[in-house]
Design a protein around this ligand. Sequence first.
Ligand SMILES: Cc1cc2nc3c(=O)[nH]c(=O)nc-3n(C[C@H](O)[C@H](O)[C@H](O)COP(=O)(O)O)c2cc1C
Length: 224
Amino acid sequence: MKFYLINGSNRKKFNTAQLLDAVAEGITDEIEKQEKQAEVEIIDLYNINYKGCKSCLHCKKIDGKYYGTCPIKDDLHTLLPKLWKSDAIVFGSPIYFGNVTGQMRSFLERLIFPKFVYGKETLAKKKPTAFIYTMNVTKEFSDEQYTQSVYSTIERFIEYTFGKPYSYKAYDTYQFKDYSLYEHYIFDVDAKKKQKEEQFPKDLEEAYNIGVQLVHDALKKRIG
Ligand SMILES: Cc1cc2nc3c(=O)[nH]c(=O)nc-3n(C[C@H](O)[C@H](O)[C@H](O)COP(=O)(O)O)c2cc1C
């Protein structure tokens, strides 16, 4: 079995990366417990070269050479088929200006659009998925401002393509290593520190549990 974890943050040791590492740990532990074999691979989107969909529409051309796939010859060219074939995909992204990062959006266009058929079912192999978001804002602010527009739109397209994703949001994350070194006027540093020490470990635990659950779902071929 093959599990892919997609990191939509450039920061390899911060919030999103740590949560994805926890998912990876959950997957690895559960695979071992179930005495199965699996590979877990983390893809750092900021380490690879690609652009978003160019709307060439080759993926939709009837009897075309690239029907259901993507002709663009960049770093996603060999990666996308592996992801389509994989057993589970976990997406992780910080919220940037009220949305997932530009890297993640461009990546999702390339992953989803070739398998998207207007007015019909997806061409993609269904599989368990999860989306993990990290953000500065609190749960209250996020629920009010983002829930309907961002999470539901992204997750609707993932659901259409692969099946309903698990969804987890880590709120009020610790953004700066040292808040005293950077200009800001709104953050209560003590409250942020408390959140990091008390809530973030719970977020990591939830991420770990998602990893465990994905293994169960992948083994049972249970989707969304
Ligand atoms: C360019 C940029 C835009 C951001 N916009 C938002 C935002 O709109 N809402 C929010 O809650 N956090 C925002 N943040 C904060 C990040 O979402 C938050 O710090 C996140 O946990 C970072 O993830 P990372 O630690 O994995 O890099 C922004 C950060 C950057 C760098």
